[in-house]
Design a protein around this ligand. Structure first.
Ligand code: NAG
Ligand code: NAG
Ligand code: NAG
Length: 416
């Protein structure tokens, strides 16, 4: 079969791509069409991931300590469940020559990933693993492209509950060759096919072990248009950093893709930076509130033992977490007023009513007016306003509610 990689004109390429996906013999393995498990991943994942805290410098003790902290700090009680091991957990020298299986680095993980998984499960938590839809991971460890079934089986045997699947070191013959035309369905792109092969592999073990599937292709190949058919969440941008400019730029980007978010399918704004860098407390509040409001996974990314009581109170806020984890309404809050970058005013529904989130992106405290008639879905003119951060009723207001929002802070309201 002639492959699409040598074609250059977009017209030719489109034709070739179409024929590739309908005649499947020697081309990439054509996934069977089984979608992601519906047993897991209904609401955005809550938990912890090792990368932002430790990068590749991970081991058994650090993962167990994170799991212990999730319990002892009360985060488990608040709903944080996943303890996710990121890149650099496997044997960098390669797969087992006899079985072709990926192997843990036994210096870092003397009892294997299974040993860690058993421990994490004994605490009532779930464990996540990391791999890459390429030949090697971003840090050069074995990748899973072409080994999807073997790896899914291995992880299922170890007791893995979550997969973060990265996008480094993709062989040239897998590059996307067509990128024009409004009618093109990126579900048929080579990018999507690489991720779909893992969907199929995970489906083959789902009756034994349903595994939540986080697509990490950095917003390439219009992933928001196919992510829900392939996994439970998808990164819609590049990597995070512990800066206000990152927080605001990712919110801006995500506002373009919110219509794709729903039950069992969410835009992943990347892991949390609370506890890292020099974010002010207001910026950490905005980080958390907006990840909850836009229904991103909330995967903490710091050494949890170093969080202070104020930071923990942010992360454990009951009403913001309830909005994130609403099992009836999967739609995120969306901007209802534009004119700033990012927009400052957002509204969304939960089972309790209408919620409004107002950011102050300015460099000084400012008065913000929530005009009820402007808020999507709100029909009252005399409305009860409730503060989600404090859990206090603020009173009944006519026509609008005016409040001073501190610089870089975000207020969160329930309006009924
Ligand atoms: C790229 O090449 C590999 C190895 O020959 C093959 O298994 C794979 O299917 C190819 N990918 C595509 C998109 O054709
Ligand atoms: C596999 O075999 C090669 C060559 O025989 C060897 O260099 C390599 O260390 C082996 N890899 C593992 C993971 O055992
Ligand atoms: C926690 O740390 C933040 C800075 O990240 C600081 O503003 C806040 O005052 C600290 N809270 C406590 C209780 O120490």
């Amino acid at each position: 079969t002639t492959k699409v990689t040598t074609t250059t004109s977009s017209t030719t390429t489109k034709v070739s791509t179409t024929s590739t996906s309908s005649t499947s013999t020697s081309a990439a393995a054509q996934p069977s069409g089984a979608g992601p498990s519906r047993v897991v991943g209904k609401t955005p994942a809550l938990g912890w991931n090792s990368w932002n805290a430790y990068q590749g410098n991970i081991n058994d003790a650090k993962i167990r300590a994170a799991a212990d902290s999730i319990v002892s700090l009360g985060l488990k009680t608040s709903g944080y469940t996943y303890v996710n091991i990121d890149d650099c957990w496997s044997d960098i020298s390669g797969r087992d020559n006899a079985t072709n299986r990926i192997k843990p680095d036994t210096n870092k993980f003397p009892s294997g990933i299974k040993g860690v998984a058993d421990y994490v499960h004994s605490l009532g938590l779930l464990v996540g693993i990391y791999s890459d839809a390429g030949t090697t991971t971003c840090a050069g460890y074995p990748g899973s492209l072409g080994h999807e079934t073997t790896d899914a089986q291995t992880w299922a045997e170890w007791g893995v509950d979550y997969l973060k699947y990265d996008n480094c070191n993709v062989p040239g013959n897998w590059s996307d060759t067509y990128n024009g035309g409004a009618d093109y369905d990126w579900y048929n792109s080579n990018s999507a096919l690489r991720y779909r092969q893992m969907t199929t592999a995970l489906a083959s073990v789902a009756s034994v072990r349903p595994i939540q599937y986080g697509i990490c292709n950095w917003g390439n190949a219009n992933v928001w248009t196919w992510g829900a058919r392939v996994g439970h969440s998808w990164r819609m941008s590049g990597d995070s950093s512990a800066t206000w400019s990152y927080i605001t730029s990712i919110i801006t980007q995500n506002t373009y893709y919110l219509d794709y978010v729903g039950m069992s399918s969410c835009n992943d704004m990347d892991m949390m930076e609370i506890g890292n860098g020099a974010l002010t407390l207001n910026e950490q509040r905005t980080h958390f509130a907006m990840w909850a409001a836009l229904k991103s996974p909330i995967l903490l990314g710091t050494d949890l033992s170093k969080l202070n009581s104020t930071q923990l109170a942010i992360l454990k806020n009951t009403e913001l977490l309830a909005f994130s984890q609403d099992t009836t309404i999967g739609t995120p809050a969306k901007p209802y007023k534009t004119g700033t970058t990012p927009p400052e005013y957002y509204a969304g529904k939960s089972v309790k009513g209408t919620h409004v989130f107002v950011m102050n992106i300015g460099s000084a405290a400012a008065s913000k007016v929530v005009t009820f008639s402007e808020v999507t879905g709100l029909t009252c003119t005399s409305c009860k306003v409730h503060d989600m951060w404090t859990g206090k009723d603020l009173g009944t207001f006519t026509t609008s509610y005016t409040v001073t929002v501190d610089t870089h802070d975000t207020i969160a309201l329930l309006i009924t």
